[in-house]
Design a protein around this ligand. Structure first.
Ligand SMILES: Cc1cc2nc3c(=O)[nH]c(=O)nc-3n(C[C@H](O)[C@H](O)[C@H](O)COP(=O)(O)OP(=O)(O)OC[C@H]3O[C@@H](n4cnc5c(N)ncnc54)[C@H](O)[C@@H]3O)c2cc1C
Length: 174
């Protein structure tokens, strides 16, 4: 059985960012993602990055990787209105047109460099919480689509869609 301090359910942009941040903080984190490849079925979804996202990537020294592959624009759309953000108090007063499949590929490359463990082709199907660790410790049951199960001490769910993962028993408050 493989063990990690934190297991992250879902390797989309949120899960990857969480995996990177935890790894940079010295936490042994791993991501579980049903998709077997980096190029997810369904192609792209988001069409770009907002200024603040670029700022966050800049704080990690990777903004140029995205900027070099997309097209910047100093106008953002809000409720059918176009807003000029060229005077935003930021080093990046623009949005970036870059499809999500490319954004995810750049992030996946970054995670490789950080040696973040990625379990592809598997999904989280449930979790159990033991009574001795009711507050914030949980065990994750990783049902193998292909191979072994794993466990961890803490868990994070990073999917904005419905998932099959369900608690095995009701979570009770102390
Ligand atoms: C049609 C469409 C168009 C969009 N257009 C835009 C846009 O123009 N601009 C914009 O900013 N945003 C857009 N979005 C939203 C954007 O795609 C999401 O905000 C973004 O993908 C959220 O990232 P995430 O990592 O939170 O979730 P996701 O990208 O959904 O990633 C969740 C991950 O969890 C995995 N997962 C699910 N269940 C399990 C499980 N049981 N175990 C392990 N892993 C699991 C999934 O495989 C997936 O990889 C669009 C979304 C859609 C659907």
């Amino acid at each position: 059985m493989t063990e990690h301090e934190v297991l992250i359910a879902g390797g989309g942009p949120t899960g990857m960012m969480l995996g990177a941040e935890l790894t940079l903080a010295g936490v042994d984190a791993a991501i579980v993602e049903p998709s077997a490849t980096r190029d997810r079925e369904g192609g792209s979804r988001a069409g770009g990055l907002h200024s603040r996202t670029i700022e966050v990537f800049d704080m990690r020294g990777i903004a140029d990787r995205f900027l070099s592959q997309g097209q910047t624009a100093q106008v953002v759309r809000f409720a059918n209105a176009s807003l000029d953000i060229s005077d935003f108090p930021t080093r990046h007063p623009y949005g970036l047109a870059l499809f999500q499949n490319r954004t995810e590929r750049i992030m996946a490359d970054w995670l490789d460099e950080l040696h973040v463990k990625f379990y592809r082709g598997r999904e989280v199907t449930g979790f159990v919480q033991d009574l001795a660790a009711m507050y914030n410790e949980a065990s994750i049951v990783v049902a193998p689509l292909r191979f072994g199960a794993g466990s961890c001490r803490k868990s994070g769910g990073c999917s904005d869609r419905a998932t099959s993962a369900r608690p095995r028993s009701p979570c009770r408050s102390p």
